[in-house]
Design a protein around this ligand. Structure first.
Ligand code: CP
Ligand code: NVA
Length: 300
């Protein structure tokens, strides 16, 4: 049971994270140059999805194939996970067969419990609490466009959700300042905010958060599992839309990121999403490269 897991950004040291991002950039360059690199030949990754996914599924599956291995998609609909086999038992069984497991689910406790009983590395592919793989891609994207993020100011605008929590952990690990603007009652969990100290500032005005920001980030107003709240949240979050006027209040060369999928003209306007400051397509592509570096780090 001595495997390293990646359940949150705090599972790797700042140095390990930096090395991993540099490796991701290197792997991206090699891939584009047509180099074949298959250190994971005959290795398998099991991917358990209790929630929908496009990017996470395709990037892990493609990544494993490019590294010489294979990924398998497991859904609760047609496995015993959906029929109540205890997580501990599933972890014991799967980890006797595969070389790593990626899980996307609801409660974060579930991935923690799985990892506690797994003899192979477990990767968090998104829980209600965190989405650390997305942050690897976001930090790689920043590094490619702007260099070291240390000391920069990042503005999170919108819901204090799993992505926001992962940005808080990123602020700790990569040492940047994070302004978070949310409607009252939608702030991130204080158990995640508090350990970040004064690097993280909570605000209720989007304009205050983006002032001097070098990077502006948002996400959907209702996450997976909150579909029923979607209508009610429209009114609550209206003042937190990232639009051209808001982005203009940030630093002149500020970048815009969104983990996607985006609801165009809801949390972000089409003009911003498709505009010159948006790097969302690089960000999405980098899921592939960053996770290949992660798989190499955990499995090889
Ligand atoms: N950003 C992200 O995780 O996308 P998917 O839900 O499509 O995997
Ligand atoms: N916060 C969103 C992110 C989707 C990638 C969700 O959890 O649905």
């Amino acid at each position: 049971m001595h495997s390293r897991h990646f359940l949150s950004l705090l599972d790797l040291s700042p140095d390990e994270l930096r090395t991993l991002l540099l490796r991701a950039i290197e792997l991206k360059k090699h891939l584009k140059a047509g180099q074949v690199h298959t250190p994971l030949a005959r290795k398998t990754l099991a991917m358990i999805f209790d929630k929908s996914s496009t990017r996470t599924r395709v990037s892990f599956e493609t990544g494993m194939i490019q590294l010489g291995g294979q990924a398998m998609f497991l859904s609760p609909r047609d496995t015993q996970f959906g029929r109540g086999e205890p997580i501990e038992d599933s972890a014991r069984v799967l980890s006797r067969m595969v070389d790593a497991v990626m899980i996307r689910t609801f409660e974060h406790d579930r991935v923690e419990m799985f990892a506690a009983h797994s003899s192979v590395p477990v990767i968090n592919g998104l829980t209600d609490l965190y989405h650390p793989c997305q942050l690897l891609a976001d930090m790689q994207t920043w590094l490619e466009h702007r260099g070291d993020i240390r000391g920069a100011t990042v503005a999170w605008v919108g819901d204090g959700n799993n992505m926001c929590h992962s940005y808080i952990n990123a602020a700790r690990q990569f040492d940047f300042r994070l302004n978070i603007a949310c409607p009252e009652n939608y702030f991130p969990k204080s158990s995640v905010v508090k350990p970040a100290g004064d690097r993280v500032q909570l605000m209720t005005e989007a304009a205050a958060a983006v002032e001097h920001a070098d990077l502006v980030v948002t996400d959907v107003w209702a996450s997976m599992g909150q579909e029923k709240e979607h209508g009610a949240r429209q009114d609550v979050f209206r003042a937190f839309q990232v639009n051209e006027a808001l982005l203009a209040m940030a630093s002149r060369d500020a970048l815009f990121m969104h983990c996607l999928p985006a609801h165009r003209n809801e949390e972000v306007t089409e003009g911003v999403l498709d505009g010159p400051q948006s790097v969302v397509w690089d960000e999405a592509e980098n899921r592939l490269h960053a996770q290949k570096a992660l798989l190499e780090f955990l499995i090889v």
